[in-house]
Design a binder for this molecule. Structure first.
Ligand SMILES: [Zn+2]
Length: 277
C-alpha cells in the first residue's frame, strides 16, 4: 500500500502558510464534524478558530497540498460546537485510505506524546526533540521514540480452503485471519509459524510476504503473509481463539470489512481460487 500523496517528513513549515488540516485527538478518538455525511476534519489557518489554540500540537505531515497537525485534547468537554469525537475504528472504510492514514498517524503521535511526558528511565520531565520525532530526557539523555508494535497477520490456505478463526473479542459471528504480536528477537516469518501453531496447532510452509498496513489501534504495524498448510489438525485453546475451521472459498463466514489487510488477504485469495477454476 503506497501513498504518493502523503509526506511524513519533518520539520513543520514555519510559519504555517494557508490552511492546515487539524486532527484533534482524544483517547483513540478523533474530532469530526457533526454533519451527517462524510466525516470532516477542520481545515483552517489556525486552531484558534475552533478555540483549541492552547492545546499541544504536533506536525503530522503533508497530505496533497495541505499540512496536517495532530492536536491533543485534555478533556472531552473541549470539543467545540458542531463537532464530536469519533472512534478511529469507525472511520476505517468511511474515509479514503490516505485521509484515514493521516488520522491514524495523528492519533498515534498524540498518544505517544501524552504517554511520554516523563523519562521512563529516571522520571525527569522529557522534552520534544527539535529535529527528530522523539522525546528526550534532559537529565539522563534517554530518548523515547514513537512506539510502533509489529504484528503478523496471515492467511493459511490448503487448496480451495482457508483457515479462518474467531477470536473471543470479535463482533458477531465474524471470522478472520490468524494474527499476533511479534516477540523480541523473532523474524516475521518465525512469528507467523509460531502464532499459527500456538493458536491452531497447524504447521505452515511456503510463507509469502504480502504487504503491510499501519493499524493505529493503538499503534500496531500489521505485516501480512500468506502460507500453505503443511501438517496438523486444528485445535484451539478456547480462550483467545474460540473457533477455527477450514472454509471453502465459495462458502465463507462473515469476514472483516474492507479497508483491513485481513480482508485484502482473503479477497486476493478468493480471486485466485476463481482464476484457477
Ligand atoms: Zn531520564
Amino acid at each position: 500500500m503506497g501513498f504518493p500523496d502523503i509526506d511524513f517528513s519533518l520539520p513543520a513549515p514555519d510559519p504555517l502558510e494557508g490552511d492546515a488540516l487539524w486532527f484533534v485527538c482524544y483517547r483513540g478518538r478523533v474530532m469530526v464534524s457533526s454533519q451527517p455525511e462524510q466525516p470532516w476534519f477542520p481545515r483552517l489557518p489556525t486552531p484558534r478558530l475552533i478555540g483549541l489554540e492552547d492545546q499541544p500540537r504536533l506536525y503530522a505531515g503533508r497530505m496533497a497540498d495541505c499540512h496536517c497537525y495532530a492536536v491533543a485534547l485534555e478533556h472531552e468537554e473541549q470539543v467545540p460546537p458542531g463537532f464530536y469525537l469519533e472512534d478511529l475504528r469507525r472511520l476505517l472504510g468511511r474515509l479514503d485510505e490516505i485521509t484515514f492514514t493521516m488520522a491514524g498517524r495523528a492519533s498515534q503521535l498524540i498518544s505517544w506524546y501524552r504517554n511520554h511526558q516523563f523519562c521512563s528511565r529516571c522520571g525527569a520531565a522529557a522534552e520534544a526533540a527539535d529535529s527528530d520525532r522523539a522525546m528526550i530526557c534532559p537529565a539522563c539523555g534517554y530518548t523515547q521514540y514513537p512506539r510502533i508494535t509489529p504484528c503478523v497477520i496471515m492467511l493459511v490456505t490448503s487448496g480451495e480452503y482457508a483457515l479462518l478463526a474467531r477470536a473471543a473479542r470479535f463482533p458477531g459471528g465474524m471470522f478472520s485471519c490468524l494474527a499476533g504480536f511479534m516477540e523480541p528477537g523473532e523474524t516475521a516469518e518465525q512469528a507467523v509459524e509460531r502464532e499459527v501453531y500456538e493458536e491452531t496447532g497447524v504447521r505452515v510452509r511456503d510463507l509469502r510476504y504480502h504487504g503491510s498496513q499501519s493499524w493505529p489501534f493503538p499503534h500496531a504495524l500489521m505485516l501480512g503473509f500468506t502460507a500453505e498448510h503443511a501438517a496438523g489438525d486444528i485445535r484451539v485453546d478456547g480462550e483467545e481463539i474460540v473457533e477455527a475451521h477450514w472454509w471453502h472459498y465459495r462458502d465463507l463466514p462473515p469476514v472483516p470489512p474492507g479497508g483491513s489487510i485481513a480482508r485484502e488477504l482473503i479477497d486476493n485469495w478468493v480471486i485466485s481460487c476463481g482464476d484457477i477454476r
